[in-house]
Design a protein around this ligand. Structure first.
Ligand code: SF4
Length: 185
């Protein structure tokens, strides 16, 4: 019997940015010409690199950014439901990072400062269109919402570090990030 992998031998990868800055995605692209080699083995599913709107069944999901609003929760759960291996990429996904500094303040105070009373605010009003995702009370690490299989630290992780975690996974092996590659800045 022909297996699905024999029909389409490429590994499917999905990526997303939740409460992130897209810096981790930019660092992924820093692989430069090595991306060509990677693309011989993988294809991208839902990702800022594609126009695919929903995550389909994938081998690997890369999550950049923490969880700051209701849509982030929805997207993260969709990735968890569809990706065999889910990787928290970068400090924001792992611990909330800089966006989580808002956790020290009351959410309503933040909204008031930004949209009502802050310097330079004109036409003060807090956006409340029903199309807008509601902010959560805090910014959360992704592991507080779903199970995460691997964590790739750094702000951002370098292109080499992306490769160090992806290459063993593509070969069906367990990745081990060398100590010299571990950094949190
Ligand atoms: S970890 Fe750093 S580079 Fe990655 S999304 Fe967060 S702030 Fe941006």
């Amino acid at each position: 019997m022909t297996t699905e992998r024999e029909i389409n031998p490429r590994i499917r990868i999905a990526t997303t940015s939740l409460a992130g800055c897209f810096g981790c995605h930019m660092s992924f692209l820093d692989m430069d010409e090595r991306l060509a080699g990677l693309l011989e083995q993988v294809e991208f599913n839902r990702s800022p690199f594609t126009d695919i709107k929903h995550c389909g069944p994938c081998h690997i999901g890369l999550i950049e950014g923490g969880v700051c609003n209701a849509e982030n929760v929805q997207v993260l759960r969709e990735f968890r439901a569809n990706c065999a291996i889910l990787i928290a990429v970068g400090a924001c996904a792992i611990n909330g990072n800089v966006p989580a500094l808002r956790n020290y303040f009351d959410l309503q105070d933040c909204l008031q400062e930004v949209y009502l009373t802050g310097i330079g605010v004109t036409n003060p009003q807090i956006p409340n269109d029903s199309e807008l995702p509601l902010l959560l009370d805090k910014v959360y690490p992704v592991s507080e919402v779903v199970h995460i299989d691997y964590f790739l630290p750094g702000c951002p992780p370098s292109a080499d570090e992306f490769l160090q975690i992806l290459e063993p996974l593509l070969a069906g092996q367990k990745p081990v990030l060398s100590q010299s590659r571990l950094h949190y800045d």
